[in-house]
Design a protein around this ligand. Structure first.
Ligand code: NAD
Ligand code: AKB
Length: 312
């Protein structure tokens, strides 16, 4: 869309830091307004402070900047959410309502990231299918199930073009994670470079679905670019990149850092991880809009080590 003007909430987080630059490369830096509760540290894009709970400021910014598309990334993630469930529920649900209501009023297109955290008991943990029972055990997962359903409702009842992906754990060298259960898979690289040792808060054999940042950003742009008739899932699409355990990623890192040592001290996040799938079936995203990941464990590890070694 030639006149597209984008607002990103939670733009200073792990994904927003990278997505905002990808969108600015695609549409031009004057077409992207980044917003967050906390001030920008290294953002060079236009920025406004925005608490997503402040609906009137959100609407003011949308009007002032003639926004057409909103990427709603502001949220509290799984591990942080368990430490303050009421706050996580408020930010994740009331924040999304403010976004959906603004989208209805101003006819915006919306991207809402969901998560593999929507799954819980009673699903196959290998190749978890798109359409499965959603009984999460974290407040984060419950908020994402609610968010998916509200997105589909706003699409159905009000014609709002809400699109969504169930991201796996995202690994990238550009930014640090913000309080999730999959954070270990980013931390491990930083510690491998700085200390040649890492203590994992998940046990050695805890497999989880993961995706490299480049693939996650590409999936997001592909989904948002796809013609509306190709979007058959209006709750949220499963997408997959790779699957591995802490022991397996440590072995992949040892190919590049031979004296790297891993130890294990599982904490409360172990239980969260055990409630999630080990791998994801993303065949509907592949069929509907041509999704295919590029990075596997080996190529992601090589790229992470290369980038982090340069900046170390
Ligand atoms: P993050 O924690 O790194 O960033 C979230 C950002 O939201 C932070 O910069 C924070 O300051 C901001 N924020 C928090 N409360 C806010 C409020 N009240 N108002 C405005 N901003 C507020 O998270 P992320 O990893 O970048 O995740 C972005 C989105 O993607 C979230 O919805 C998350 O659930 C989803 N997601 C992320 C992953 C992942 O592995 N990173 C996986 C699945 C889904
Ligand atoms: C988390 O661990 O909370 C996130 C996610 C998979 O949603 N990274």
């Amino acid at each position: 869309m030639a006149s597209e003007k984008i607002l990103i909430t939670g733009a200073n987080g792990q994904i927003g830091t990278v997505l905002s630059h990808a969108l600015s490369d695609k549409f031009g830096s004057d077409k992207v307004l980044t917003t967050d509760l906390r001030p920008a540290t290294n953002q060079c894009l236009p920025f406004e402070t925005l608490d997503i709970l402040d609906a009137s400021r959100l609407e003011h910014l949308i009007e002032q900047h003639k926004i057409t598309t909103l990427y709603h990334l502001a949220a509290i993630l799984s591990a942080k959410g368990e430490q303050d469930p009421a706050k996580a529920w408020q930010i994740n649900m009331d924040g999304l309502f403010n976004v959906l209501e603004a989208a209805r009023k101003f006819k915006l297109k919306v991207f809402f990231p969901s998560s593999i955290a929507v799954f819980g008991a009673h699903v196959p943990r290998q190749q978890t299918p798109q359409h499965a029972s959603l009984q999460p055990t974290t407040v984060y997962g419950i908020s994402k199930v609610g968010g998916e359903l509200w997105g589909a409702y706003y699409h159905e009842k009000f014609g709002v073009d809400v699109r969504s992906l169930r991201y796996p754990g995202i690994i990238g060298h550009e930014s640090l994670p913000g309080g999730g259960t999959t954070d270990y898979a980013v931390e491990i690289f930083h510690k491998a470079i700085s200390d040649k040792a890492y203590t994992s808060f998940l046990g050695p054999d805890t497999r989880l679905p993961m995706i490299y940042m480049q693939d996650a950003i590409r999936a997001t742009l592909m989904l948002m670019d796809a013609p509306a008739e190709k979007i058959k899932v209006r709750t949220s699409y499963n997408i997959s990149g790779m699957s591995f355990s802490p022991a397996e990623i440590a072995e992949a890192i040892q190919q590049h850092v031979p004296d790297f040592q891993i130890s294990f001290a599982p904490d409360f996040r172990q239980q969260i991880a055990e409630s999630w799938p080990e791998s994801i079936d993303d065949s509907e995203a592949r069929q509907d809009w041509g999704w295919e990941p590029v990075f596997d464990l080996e190529s992601m590890t090589r790229d992470m080590i290369q980038h982090l070694s340069i900046t170390a």
